[in-house]
Design a protein around this ligand. Structure first.
Ligand SMILES: Cc1cc2nc3c(=O)[nH]c(=O)nc-3n(C[C@H](O)[C@H](O)[C@H](O)COP(=O)(O)O)c2cc1C
Length: 218
C-alpha cells in the first residue's frame, strides 16, 4: 500500500478491531510486518527507555503448543462462569493463533533504561504503559495495512516465558495474532455475541472532579 493510499489515523482508529475469526490464512509479508513494527517502535516511552521487544513466532509447533495452552485456559475460565454467562461465552472465539500464522509476543523489560529512568521514579507503571503504547501503535498501523491483530491474554505468564526462553527481567505483555484479514467487523465481537457492550463516551467524561456532571459546561 502506498503512503497516499493509507488510512487517516481517525479511519484506522474507527476501523480497528480485535480479530479472531477473519484471518485469511495467508501469512503477512515481511516488508509489511517491518513497517508495522517500525510504527510500534516509534511509540513514546517514559524516559525514552523503549522497554519493549517483539518476538516473532511462526513455527507451527510453537503456535500449536501455545494454542493448546490457551484452549486449556479458556476451558478453565468457562468452568468458572455461572451457567448463563457460560452459555453466552460458549460461541465466542478468543484467539486466532494458528490461523493468523504469525504471533508477535510483545515483551516488557522494567530494567531497560537503567535505574534512573526519567519520569518513572514516582509511577513505576509508566514503564509498562510505554510498552502498551507500542502495542497500540502496532495495532493501528496494522489496521491501516489491512492486517488484523487479535490480543490473546488467556495464558499463564510462566508458560509463555518458558516457551520463548525469555530472560529473567523480560515479561510477556501480549500475544498478538497478526495476519491478513477478509474484513474487519464493524461491531466488536463481545458486543455482537451479547457478552458486553461499549460504554458511551458521555459516561467516561468527567469535569473538574470525578462524577460531577453538574460541572459540565452548558
Ligand atoms: C489487554 C487486552 C487483553 C485482551 N485479551 C483478549 C483475549 O485473550 N482474547 C480475546 O478474544 N480478546 C482479547 N482482547 C480483545 C478485547 O476483547 C477487545 O479489544 C474488546 O472486546 C473490544 O473490541 P475491539 O478491540 O474489536 O474494539 C484483549 C484486549 C486487551 C486490550
Amino acid at each position: 500500500m502506498s503512503e497516499s493510499e493509507c488510512l487517516s489515523v481517525y479511519d484506522a482508529i474507527r476501523l480497528r478491531r480485535d480479530v479472531r475469526a477473519e484471518f485469511t490464512g495467508e501469512v503477512v509479508d515481511d516488508s509489511t510486518l517491518l513497517r508495522i513494527l517500525e510504527a510500534a517502535h516509534r511509540a513514546p516511552s517514559v524516559g525514552n527507555s523503549m522497554p519493549w521487544d517483539f518476538v516473532m513466532v511462526r513455527n507451527p509447533d510453537t503456535l500449536g503448543r501455545f494454542a493448546d495452552h490457551v484452549a486449556e485456559k479458556r476451558r478453565e475460565f468457562q468452568e468458572s462462569l455461572p451457567d448463563d454467562r457460560a452459555e453466552t461465552f460458549n460461541p465466542i472465539k478468543i484467539e486466532g493463533i494458528v490461523e493468523s500464522g504469525t504471533g508477535i509476543v510483545v515483551t516488557h523489560s522494567q530494567s531497560r533504561g537503567g535505574t534512573h529512568v526519567l519520569g518513572r521514579a514516582t509511577v513505576p507503571e509508566t514503564g509498562i504503559y510505554s510498552t502498551i503504547l507500542a502495542i497500540q501503535n502496532l495495532w493501528l498501523a496494522a489496521t491501516a495495512e489491512g492486517v488484523g491483530v487479535g490480543w490473546v491474554s488467556f495464558y499463564d505468564t510462566p508458560f509463555l516465558t518458558e516457551l520463548l526462553d525469555l530472560p529473567a527481567d523480560v515479561r510477556p505483555v501480549a500475544w498478538l495474532c497478526v495476519g491478513p484479514v477478509r474484513e474487519f467487523q464493524t461491531v466488536p465481537d463481545l458486543e455482537r455475541f451479547g457478552w458486553r457492550n461499549r460504554r458511551p463516551l458521555d459516561a467516561a467524561i468527567h469535569w473538574e472532579r470525578f462524577g460531577s456532571p453538574e460541572l459540565a459546561p452548558e
